[in-house]
Ligand binder design. Structure first.
Ligand code: HEM
Length: 412
């Protein structure tokens, strides 16, 4: 990192928060590395910013003798004997679990492959990670916004980057996205950075999928290998976006039906709703619960102190664009507090709280909410699995679609 980059980082507002999260994630391991023993805290901080995590399967090549690299590899669980690796089977339960998850992902995703760009754009993952890091250091909420973009892309016409297309008929003007979906400029920056190294090779749809994964990881959540090879669609589908995307006012059976329509199940509904452990929502999306919800009273499934806070923030006829955090316990941290909130009647949207409190939840979603609220590992593994499934909704592959040069417009 040069001086200019260093002072650029120093100027970012959200640094304290992001350092805190990354410190929790990586510091214990960085400190164990003999090379860094005795280094200043400032130096360790800069290393923390640069670290990114990758999982490897048994037998997968990480580095070869004689290979010249421009990065430092720190192996957390692998058994690095010399530069030539000898990896035994799983050396830790967490790694075993990650490996099992990754193997599962290969089964789930038949058309896409995790090494799709390994020869055509070998630095793709590093480029995207760097740009996502940059974006969330400027604004931590961006992690949430990028995660949501991938979800809103995949539910409409499949994961084909149709949400990124500009124009009056675009999905950007559909009700769930209008004045709400954000992060388009960040995707532009990532695409530009990718194009400058591998022109015309990487789809915008794949960039969305990788950025979503990186956003979760850099917020303190789990990582997974992203199956790749999607191509970009040629049309947006505004009507489809209005119909297919779940609304915060939908009943549970409607939400489940919208997930089933794209090949997802009840476990996916609950685990992916856990995405609401980060990010914010506008008053307009939950204010119906605050005053005249039923029989002139507020929603009885909303805890009373939170109700009072929200009534204060979002008075009747107030500004519907004001926002508040989904997860008040740990606003920007990807954890299982979302589910603990639901059990404490502190879900923000009606569509959140009904996963635990509605009658229909008893036979569908409630038990999973309870399990995730006490078992973060289970939540993380189900979440990663569901993200891979969601990322595999009707991808365009082979010669369908195209690789857009600019994510906002189709190629001419
Ligand atoms: C289950 C049905 C879902 C409904 C009804 C729903 C609805 C919403 C609404 C109304 C907002 C606030 C938008 C705003 O105020 O501008 C929101 C934000 C968000 N949603 Fe969902 N959502 C659902 C599922 C998901 C899924 C599956 C994910 C991702 C896996 C997700 C990730 C997010 C994130 C991260 C935010 C915060 C975005 C930001 O801060 O910019 N949601 N969602």
């Amino acid at each position: 990192m040069n001086e200019a980059e260093f002072s650029d980082l120093e100027n970012h507002q959200d640094q304290t928060e992001i350092f805190y999260i990354w410190q929790k994630l990586y510091e214990p391991y960085i400190k164990e590395v003999p090379l860094f023993k005795g280094c200043s805290i400032g130096f360790i901080k800069q290393i923390l910013i640069k670290v990114h995590e990758e999982f490897f399967l048994p037998g997968e090549m990480i580095i070869e003798q004689g290979q010249i690299v421009d990065q430092l590899d720190i192996f957390r669980y692998g058994q690095l004997i010399s530069i030539v690796m000898r990896r035994s089977s799983c050396s830790s339960p967490i790694l075993c679990f990650a490996m099992a998850l990754l193997m599962l992902s290969v089964v789930v995703s038949s058309q896409l492959t995790t090494n799709f760009y390994s020869t055509t754009c070998p630095n793709l993952l590093q480029i995207v990670r760097r740009e996502v890091q940059r974006a969330i250091m400027t604004e931590m909420r961006m992690a949430a916004s990028l995660l949501r973009l991938h979800f809103h892309d995949c539910f409409v016409n499949g994961c084909d980057a149709s949400i990124l297309l500009d124009g009056s008929n675009s999905e950007k003007f559909a009700a769930p996205n209008l004045n709400s979906a954000r992060g388009f400029e960040v995707i532009d920056s990532i695409k530009n950075a990718v194009e400058s190294q591998c022109s015309g090779v990487v789809s915008c749809a794949d960039i969305l999928a990788i950025a979503a994964r990186d956003s979760v990881l850099l917020s303190g959540g789990i990582s997974w290998k992203v199956p790749l090879g999607r191509r970009d669609g040629l049309v947006a589908n505004q009507t489809g976006a209005n119909a297919a995307l779940p609304a915060p006012f939908d009943a549970l059976d409607t939400i489940i039906a919208k997930f089933v329509d794209v090949g997802l199940n009840i476990t996916d509904v609950v685990s992916l709703s856990g995405g609401h452990t980060i990010g914010q929502a506008k008053c307009a999306t939950f204010s119906n619960r605050l005053f005249n919800f039923s029989n002139g009273a507020p929603d009885s499934t909303l805890e009373s102190s939170m109700l009072a806070d929200l009534q204060n923030l979002c008075p009747q006829n107030g500004d519907g664009n004001k926002t508040t955090a989904f997860d008040r316990n740990s606003t920007d941290l990807f954890d299982n507090h979302y589910f603990q909130n639901l059990i404490n009647h502190k879900g923000l949207l009606s569509s959140d709280q009904i996963l635990f409190s509605s009658d229909e939840a008893n036979s569908t979603t409630k038990s999973l909410v309870e399990s995730y609220s006490t078992n973060q590992k289970l939540f993380f593994s189900d979440f990663a699995n569901s993200m891979i499934k969601m990322g595999n909704i009707s991808p365009l592959t082979g010669s369908s679609g195209e690789i857009r040069k600019n994510c906002r417009i189709i190629n001419t």
